[in-house]
Write a protein that binds this ligand. Structure first.
Ligand code: ZN
Length: 218
């Protein structure tokens, strides 16, 4: 898990508004959550991925071998069960990110599907109307300076906060890119928006649903 990022698309939705960037991304959510999103994992609240755990899953047959639970019960094994999301997760530490985790979609022993994540219940889905509104708002933003001028001081400004990686395809090695990221949490009631500086200074954007208040969960 060298570069520390993993595909995950159930609870966030990413929109590519600007040109010149790869059509899939990142998200960084403190303190332990890091995910890479793919644009084909959309509609987090609508569960368009059928029973398969990811778009790449080759089976939807559930794991029944008990390995994940036994591993989570063993304090010497870096697998934990996260009750709030219903997920088994690999846990690890990195110098830059501190405590981190990767969601486990399939049992490492039998290959069966791990329990379904409850993330979609924990985070707001992004409605089509809200996405369109935000796209209109973001459309004029071409550079980081535009964002700072239009939206003011961001809630966070991370020089290396965002990363993307690709699986090995056509014998090309996996790749990870790091971009400056400004996060704005006040542009929407339900969505946090990140402005990401890409190659040549052009920007792209990501949107992620805010965590729901405890009394608003479905
Ligand atoms: Zn299993």
């Amino acid at each position: 898990m060298g570069n520390g990022v993993a595909p995950l698309g159930l609870w966030m939705r990413m929109s590519l508004v600007s040109r010149g960037s790869r059509p899939w991304l990142h998200h960084v959510a403190p303190p332990v959550l890091r995910c890479v999103l793919r644009a084909d994992c959309r509609h987090p609240g609508k569960q368009m991925m059928s029973e398969r755990r990811t778009h790449a899953s080759v089976t939807d047959v559930d794991c029944t071998c008990g390995y994940l639970q036994r591993a989570a019960d063993d304090p010497d094994v870096p697998i934990q069960f996260e009750a709030s999301t219903g997920e088994y997760q690999f846990t690890y530490q990195t110098e830059v990110w501190g405590p981190s985790m990767l969601v486990i979609y399939h049992c490492p022993f039998c290959g069966g599907a791990a329990p379904k994540t409850k993330r979609a219940q924990l985070f707001h889905a992004i409605s089509d109307a809200e996405e369109e509104r935000l796209k209109e708002l973001l459309h004029p933003i071409k550079t980081i300076e535009d964002a700072l001028q239009s939206f003011g001081v961001p809630d966070s400004d991370k020089p290396l906060a965002s990363s993307s990686t690709d699986n090995e395809v056509d014998e090309e090695p996996a790749r990870t890119d790091y971009w400056r990221s400004l996060e704005y949490r006040s542009l929407s009631e339900t969505v946090d928006v990140s402005v990401l500086e890409g190659a040549g200074g052009r920007v792209s954007f990501s949107m992620s649903g805010k965590r729901k208040a405890a009394d608003h969960r479905d």
